[in-house]
Design a binder for this molecule. Structure first.
Ligand SMILES: [Fe+2]
Ligand SMILES: [Fe+2]
Length: 290
């Protein structure tokens, strides 16, 4: 494939073409951890998030396979994957402080034993590279809004600090994939409906096995795995932390990823609709005791 422009310039870091100061776990004020401010429901979703983030290395491998002839993107994808794994390490450490009996290694083995990425793929499971990168933008939209919401909702100060750092990374990841997506879109020229399909397809997958499996493996009670039960249990705790402002920003980023105006009337309407649907879903999940 001939690409019309060069990959984004690399200055100091492959990610986004600007010097990146990667934070470390030593920058987190672990000594400020306050057990009295820990919410057990938040511990459950943080444990699940630590498993998904720790699996970032496999996503990096998958992306390097899909973009096998794009060295610049591969370099960026490897750095990106390392940042995702670091998110997993930070969340793991916090979860271990909150629940010293939690066995991360067992939970992670349980998760990866159940949930496997298509590591053998040599082309995107989305059909096109543009579609793959739109899907990545959607994921980073979800994670940047999620960690912003979690940072705002967290009463425990160490978790709030971790989530603020992660949210900033996720937003930068969105920009990284968006930039590469524009490059591939210029070459592949995906029509609007295919871009919409790639975006909606990835949004629909947020209810798929990955998060349900992670929630199950992270909080295993010994019961047999049931996707619906675990997906609902996860959603109830995750949706509870969102405010309308988080939804608004997420909708804007998703619209931009598929090539629509991120702040027009459609955005305002969709943001109101999404916030309302989330509130309704939350009420239903609470009623059924998810
Ligand atoms: Fe992450
Ligand atoms: Fe990310």
């Amino acid at each position: 494939m001939r690409l019309p422009e060069r990959a984004p310039a690399i200055r100091g870091s492959a990610i986004n073409g600007w010097p990146m100061k990667q934070w470390t776990l030593d920058e987190i004020a672990w000594d400020k951890f306050d057990r009295t401010r820990v919410d057990p429901d938040v511990v459950r979703i943080v444990k699940a998030a630590s498993l998904v983030e720790h699996n970032g290395g496999d996503y990096g491998t998958y992306l390097c396979n899909v973009f096998h002839d794009d060295a610049a993107f591969q370099t960026a994808a490897r750095e990106w994957a390392e940042e995702e794994v670091q998110h997993g390490r930070a969340l793991r450490r916090w979860a271990e402080l909150a629940d010293p009996r939690w066995d991360f290694a067992a939970a992670f083995a349980h998760f990866t034993g159940r949930f496997r990425l298509p590591l053998e793929a040599t082309a995107s499971v989305r059909g096109t590279r543009t579609g793959e990168l739109i899907a990545r933008c959607i994921v980073e939209t979800g994670t940047s809004s999620y960690y912003t919401a979690l940072a705002d909702a967290a009463l425990e100060p160490v978790l709030a600090q971790i989530c603020r750092k992660i949210a900033a990374d996720e937003f930068r990841h969105y920009k990284l994939f968006y930039k590469h997506m524009q490059r591939y879109q210029a070459a592949e020229g995906l029509g609007f409906w295919r871009r919409l399909k790639a975006g909606l397809g990835r949004i629909a997958e947020s209810e798929d096995d990955e998060l349900a499996c992670a929630y199950y493996a992270a909080n295993s009670t010994g019961a047999a795995y049931d996707r619906r039960t675990n997906s609902r249990a996860y959603a109830r705790r995750a949706y509870a932390i969102y405010r309308p402002s988080h939804v608004e920003r997420g909708i804007g980023m998703a619209l931009k990823a598929i090539g629509l105006t991120p702040n027009g009337r459609l955005h305002a309407w969709l943001a109101r609709l999404a916030a309302r649907l989330m509130r309704l879903r939350l009420a239903v999940l609470a009623r059924v005791g998810a």
